[in-house]
Ligand binder design. Sequence first.
Ligand SMILES: C[S@@+](CC[C@H](N)C(=O)[O-])C[C@H]1O[C@@H](n2cnc3c(N)ncnc32)[C@H](O)[C@@H]1O
Length: 268
Amino acid sequence: MSGEVKGVAVAAQQAGRQAGQHGRRQRGSSRVRSAVLWEALRTVLERIAPEDGPGDVVDVGGGTGGFAVPLAELGHRVTVVDSSPDALAALERRAAESGVTVRAVQGDAVDLPDLLGADAADLVLCHSVLEYVEDPAAAMVALTAAVRPGGSVSLLVAGQIAAALHRAAGGHFGDARRVLADPDGRWGDHDRTPRRFTRETLTDLATGAGLAPRELHGVRIFADLVPGALVDADADSAEALIALESAAATHPVLRELATQLHLVADRR
Ligand SMILES: C[S@@+](CC[C@H](N)C(=O)[O-])C[C@H]1O[C@@H](n2cnc3c(N)ncnc32)[C@H](O)[C@@H]1O
């Protein structure tokens, strides 16, 4: 191994330790909610980052940097494209507080190729954004163009079936029926989420843009059914619930019931 490559490998090991530290900094309930996702992201980054070194990551609709800043702390070169100047200002403050650099670009997801050029990233994140964009299919085409061949897209969206379960659990049985029947998975005019997805609608969106779906994870299958105070108060419970979430995340039935669906899809 050359000195330079060895240095990069050591940096990657340090980054892995920092990832664990990042996880431990979060409270029990927030750690439970994001553990499956971070595990999936670590796996993708290990696969696609050149020589275990830093990769180019673009976080579309990255908001205030909840993913971008920890990824920059891991040593990756991160760009956030977001339509909200306020979110980008908060991102820049958060990055400065953490001592990392994240490039902030204001713009719409559909304009990604114009904003960054084609093949700009090893990994494009689009987390909790496809629910809100005007045209998800057009946004997917733009995301795909921004990924280098061999790179991946990480899509996180609200699950339609979970919304029906949660409305029913709250006693809103008519809402639950409407969520299931509505093509956008909404329960009514007061529903603040414009669109939700199923495994099928999400994978169709990715394949329609020319991506090859790799793996679907269910995120928060059990976590939202458990009082947050329970896992915040007891570290052993938090660990046990993370293990359960992790075991269920790729279960072919349970994953479709998750509050959020996470799809990793590759550019061929
Ligand atoms: C719910 S937040 C998600 C933030 C972040 N991705 C996360 O998971 O924590 C949605 C973000 O998407 C941004 N957004 C919404 N529509 C967008 C669009 N068409 N193009 C770019 N960003 C958009 C919003 O400004 C907001 O910061």
